[in-house]
Each structure stands twice: as C-alpha cells, then as structure tokens.
Design a protein around this ligand. Sequence first.
Ligand code: HEC
Length: 167
Amino acid sequence: MDAHDQHQSFIKTPQQLVVVLLLSFLVPILGIVLLVQLVLSGHRADPQALTPEAVAARLQPVARLEIGAPSAAPGARSGEDRGKPAAAADGKGIYDKVCFACHAQSVAGSPKLGDKAAWAPRIQTGTNAMLQSVIKGKGAMPPKAGNPSLSEQEIRAAIDFMVSQAK
Ligand code: HEC
C-alpha cells in the first residue's frame, strides 16, 4: 500500500482524481475554444478589408474607369439610337459617360475639359492625330479610353466635343 501511495502521491483523494479528470477535459477544450476564437477573429478582420468601399478606395482611378466603361458601351445604345449613322454619335454623351472620368479633373495629367492651354498644343496636332492617340492609348490613357466597344466615330465625336469646349 505504501509503495502504491508513493507512485500516486499526486492524487490522494477521490476529489483530487475528479479535479484532475475534469482538468484533463477542460484544458484541451479551452485550448480549442481559444484557437477557434483566434481563427474567427482573424477572419473578421479580412471582410472589413474586402468591403466594396475599402476595395473601391484602393482601386479608385482604375475602378472608376471600369465602372464607367460598360455602362457607356455604345454597343448598348438604346433602340432609337441604333439605326442612326455612327456619325451622329453624341460626343457630349460619350464624354459624360467615359472621358469625364479622367478629363473632368485632369486625372493622371490628362488635359482637362475646357482648359485651353492644355488643349491648344494637342488641337494643333489635328483631330486625326488625337483620334489615333485615343485609339492606341497615350500616357495614362488606355487604348480607346479603356472602352474597346467605342467606335472611331464615337471617339471622334467625343474629341470634337472636348475640342469645342477648349476654344
Ligand atoms: C483613364 C483616364 C482617361 C480616360 C477615361 C480618357 N482619357 Fe483622354 N487622356 C488621358 C490622359 C492621361 C491623357 C494625356 C496623355 C499624354 O499626353 O500623355 C489624355 C489625352 C487625351 C487626348 C489628347 C491626345 C493627344 O494626342 O495629345 C485626347 C484627344 C483625349 N484624351 C480624348 C479622350 C476621349 C475622347 C476620351 C473618352 C472616349 C478619353 N480621352 C478618356 C486620360 C484619359
């Protein structure tokens, strides 16, 4: 009995046994609960960074362009517009949908609408040269202003509108 007690010196009463048994269950469970909380709180931080507002703020100039582009798709012209010749393209309408994203505020060094000094040297190169700049892209302006569905006539109409504002 003495030898037995020496080995079991840690647990001497049934109460102690119960406590040790309980702890041996509770400690791992507590660990799991804490781990789960850690993982969950980690996930809670992520969605905040991925809210549309936060993403939009990070992507801003590009996102504005992407949002403007599809809605401005001239392919999506309304029924009454579709039959008209492309030459009747609404330059101001296209500017308002696509080009304003940069040219209203001189974004990325773009010549601002109505800024005569910024436009004068470009106007001097002629409409065709400017048209080529927009079709191929120039500087921070992506080809076709990031809207591949724009036709040449529509871009020309938008340029004509912008030029008319700078005279
Ligand atoms: C993503 C921004 C952005 C959008 C959208 C945009 N532009 Fe531009 N645009 C620029 C920048 C930047 C320049 C200046 C490029 C340079 O000179 O380096 C520029 C220059 C121009 C020029 C002068 C080109 C030249 O030869 O000097 C014209 C014309 C022009 N844009 C027309 C348009 C038209 C028309 C649209 C809409 C269909 C449009 N832009 C949409 C950024 C944009």
